[in-house]
Design a protein around this ligand. Structure first.
Ligand SMILES: Nc1ncnc2c1ncn2[C@@H]1O[C@H](COP(=O)(O)OP(=O)(O)OP(=O)(O)O)[C@@H](O)[C@H]1O
Ligand SMILES: [Mg+2]
Length: 284
């Protein structure tokens, strides 16, 4: 299939992903992916199930080792990091998951403080001792995300959208340069999905952090991201702006036949403010 690279073809010294490949036995999950990002950007990665989106994110924060290829961030080779340097990188690119990954029975603020774990001594970790400044910072972040009043509650008592914001708060405690989000809204209802995407967007715009989110719906990627990357069978087959992501291109990415329908990749977020979405379509 013809690859589409209408934009972002050149430049990029902030993040460089070069011919990144991951094989599991005979299966090539990510196949020579190259991405270049020259400034903090909000990027959405789309593609059907099994396209390699999660594998790509996992290699980025070194949860999974690349088979071949390289990742450089601000000139530093990430794939080569070991030990403390690798852990330091992992705290610089915090990951958020579909299932939030909180400790359900622990209170919200302690969950958020977990984001500082790798910066603390074994002793203070063992006895759950957190510096006052960290506790204040945690509350401030929760407040920013609109959930400060939830701080003393157990994580399991919160709604999905609130729990995902706790996970975002935990990520922010690490003061990350990049936030990697693997299907952050896939378990949420449309209203909560919108709140979480808006939070990620605000963190990108206000703090200048890079956000890379795997999204299983086209409209979410179009609406919240500056740049969309489409993967198919492990390969990057599209890299451009939301405006360049036409229905024809989407059909290529999702590999659907003539009966391809955007509705099949759409969430109900759109129905919340459909007129706004329609206007965007008209002007795209
Ligand atoms: N640990 C693993 N061992 C073997 N195969 C794997 C492993 N992880 C992923 N794969 C395979 O690699 C391919 C890409 O998987 P990946 O999870 O990255 O896709 P995805 O785009 O995130 O899909 P989804 O939208 O379902 O989350 C799939 O064929 C998957 O079965
Ligand atoms: Mg996945």
């Amino acid at each position: 299939m013809q690859a589409h690279y209408p934009a972002f073809k050149h430049g990029g010294d902030m993040l460089q992903i070069d011919m990144l490949t991951k094989r599991f036995g005979d299966k090539t999950a990510v196949d020579a992916a190259s991405i270049s990002v020259d400034k903090p950007t909000m990027i959405g990665i789309i593609g059907r199930s099994g396209a390699g989106k999660s594998t790509l994110l996992r290699m980025l924060n070194r949860l999974s080792d690349a088979t071949t290829g390289s990742i450089t961030f601000e000139g530093k080779e990430i794939t080569a990091l070991r030990g403390a340097a690798k852990r330091d990188w992992q705290s610089r690119c915090a990951m958020i998951f579909q299932q939030f990954n909180l400790v359900p029975r622990m209170d919200v603020v302690s969950n958020v403080l977990h984001g500082t774990l790798n910066k603390r001594s074994t002793f203070s970790t063992l006895f759950n001792l957190y510096p006052q400044s960290d506790i204040h910072k945690a509350i401030e972040i929760l407040d920013r995300l609109g959930i400060a009043e939830q701080a003393p509650k157990r994580a399991e008592a919160l709604s999905g959208g609130q729990q995902q914001r706790v996970a975002i708060a935990r990520a922010l405690m690490q003061d990350p340069k990049i936030i990697l989000a693997d299907e952050p809204i896939a378990s949420l209802d449309p209203m909560n999905a919108q709140v979480v995407m808006k939070s990620l967007r605000a963190i990108h715009e206000e703090d200048g952090r890079m956000v890379i989110a795997n999204l299983h719906t086209l409209d979410t990627a179009r609406r919240y991201c500056d740049r969309v990357i489409g993967m198919r069978d492990g390969r990057i087959v599209f890299d451009g702006t939301p405006a360049q992501l036409t229905t024809g291109v989407a059909r290529d990415i999702y590999g659907a036949g003539a009966d391809f329908s955007e509705a099949a990749t759409s969430t109900e977020i759109e129905t919340l403010d459909r007129s706004e979405a329609r206007n965007a379509e008209v002007h795209a």
